[in-house]
Design a protein around this ligand. Structure first.
Ligand SMILES: *Cc1c(COP(=O)(O)O)cnc(C)c1O
Length: 364
C-alpha cells in the first residue's frame, strides 16, 4: 500500500504531524476550550430561519466581500472600527493562514513565544514560513523586555502574540503588546481568541490599533460565542492590511450559509455571551480548588486552566477518560489543561482530580 512517504509530497512537509486533538464522544468533554453551554433555543430558531432564507439563493455565489457581516462585526467590536477594517474567514485559523500567506511564506519567518498555540507552527509550516518559538519568562509570563529582545534578535516578518496565551492561560499586558508592535519590522498579530473571558475591564489590543498600521487583532466566534461548529473567525486592522488579505483568500471563501448563521448569532450577541460570567466563575473555582488539592494552577485570563504538580500527566489523563472526562495533555512536563465547563462538568472534573491530589498522594 502506498504510504505518505512514497508520495512526491513537499520536502518540508515530510515527517510532519497534522493537528490532532482527540475527538471522543464522552459525557464531559473539556479538552478544546469550547463553550460547553448549548446555543439558546430562541437564538437557534432565528439562525435556522436566516439559513433557510439563504438556501433559496444558493444557486448564486455569496457576497464575496461579506459586507453585511463585516458591518455587524465592526458594530460588535466597537472601538470606532469601520467595516473596511474588518476581515473574516472560516475560523480564526483561516484568518491566521491568510495573514501568513500574505506576510509570511518561503524565506520569511513567524515568531511566537512558546509554549503557545500549536496551530501557529502548523500554519507556518503549511505556508512555507519559518517558525521561531522564542522563550517566555518564569510562570509563562512575557515582559516587554523579554519580548522585545526576541524581536531584535530574530527580526521576524510576522509576530504572533496569543492574548491570553493558549495553552497556559497567561494574560498579556498592553505594555508588552505595544512594545512588540513598536519594535517589530513585520506585522504583529494579537490573537484574542479568549478575550471575552478576561476579567471585566481588561483592555483589548483593539485600543492600540490607531496609528499602528502593522498591528492586527484577531478574534473568533468559536469560544465565548459558543459557535465553534459554524467556523467563523475575524480580524481588525488598517484597511490596507485587509487589502493584502484579499490577495490570498479564495474567492467566495465564506459561504452564504456561514454568513447567514454568523449574522444571526451576532444579532443575539448578548444572549450568545450570557454564559461567559458563569464560565469565568467556574475557571476561578477550578483554580481555587486545584490549589487546595495541592496542584499548581497558573494564572488564567481564558476559559481554561493549565495546572502543574501532576506526577504522571498521562496516567491522570487516562484515568479521567475512564470516567468519561476528557481533558488535554499538552506535552508540558507535570502539566495538564482543562476547559472550564458548566458547573456540573466542573464538579465532575474536580471530584475526579481529588484522588490524584499531591497532598494526599503520600497517604495513598
Ligand atoms: C481556539 C483558538 C482559536 C480559534 O480557532 P478557530 O479557527 O476560530 O476555531 C484561535 N486561537 C487560539 C489561540 C485558540 O486557542
Amino acid at each position: 500500500m502506498t504510504s505518505l512517504d512514497d508520495l512526491p509530497i513537499r520536502d518540508d512537509l515530510r515527517g510532519k504531524s497534522p493537528y490532532g486533538a482527540p475527538q471522543k464522544h464522552v459525557p464531559v468533554a473539556l479538552n478544546v476550550n469550547e463553550n460547553t453551554h448549548p446555543i439558546p433555543e430562541d437564538v437557534a430558531h432565528d439562525i435556522v430561519a436566516r439559513v433557510a432564507a439563504a438556501i433559496i439563493g444558493l444557486n448564486r455565489y455569496p457576497d464575496r466581500e461579506f459586507t453585511e457581516l463585516r458591518t455587524a462585526l465592526a458594530r460588535y467590536l466597537g472601538h470606532d472600527l469601520v467595516p473596511e477594517q474588518l476581515w473574516a474567514a472560516n475560523g480564526s485559523n483561516e484568518v491566521l493562514q491568510h495573514v501568513l500567506q500574505a506576510f509570511g511564506g518561503p524565506g520569511r519567518t513567524a515568531l511566537g513565544f512558546g509554549p503557545t498555540y500549536s496551530m501557529y507552527g502548523l500554519l507556518s509550516s503549511g505556508t512555507g514560513t519559518g517558525w521561531i518559538a522564542a522563550d517566555r519568562d518564569g510562570d509563562f509570563e512575557l515582559s516587554p523586555e523579554t519580548a522585545v529582545a526576541a524581536i531584535e534578535r530574530h527580526d521576524p516578518d510576522v509576530v504572533l502574540l496569543c492574548s491570553p496565551n493558549n495553552p497556559t492561560g497567561t494574560p498579556l499586558s498592553l505594555e508588552t503588546i505595544a512594545a512588540v508592535a513598536d519594535a517589530a519590522r513585520g506585522v504583529v498579530v494579537v490573537d484574542e481568541a479568549y478575550h471575552e473571558f478576561a476579567d471585566p475591564g481588561t483592555p483589548s489590543a483593539l485600543t492600540l490599533l490607531e496609528g499602528r498600521p502593522r498591528l492586527l487583532v484577531s478574534r473568533t466566534m468559536s469560544k465565548a460565542f459558543a459557535f465553534a461548529g459554524a467556523r467563523v473567525g475575524y480580524l481588525a486592522a488598517a484597511p490596507a492590511v485587509i487589502d493584502a488579505l484579499r490577495l490570498v483568500r479564495l474567492p467566495y471563501h465564506l459561504s452564504a450559509l456561514t454568513q447567514a448563521a454568523a449574522l444571526g448569532a451576532l444579532a443575539h450577541a448578548d444572549e450568545m455571551l450570557a454564559m461567559v460570567d458563569e464560565i469565568r466563575a467556574q475557571r476561578e473555582r477550578i483554580t481555587r480548588e486545584l490549589r487546595g488539592l495541592g496542584f499548581h494552577p497558573y494564572r488564567s485570563g481564558a476559559n481554561f486552566v493549565l495546572f502543574g504538580g501532576v506526577a504522571d500527566p498521562h496516567a491522570v489523563f487516562e484515568a479521567l477518560l475512564d470516567r468519561g472526562i476528557l481533558i488535554r495533555e499538552i506535552g508540558l512536563p507535570g502539566c495538564l489543561r482543562v476547559t472550564a465547563g458548566t458547573e456540573a462538568e466542573t464538579t465532575a472534573f474536580l471530584e475526579a482530580m481529588a484522588s490524584f491530589a499531591p497532598s494526599t498522594a503520600a497517604n495513598a
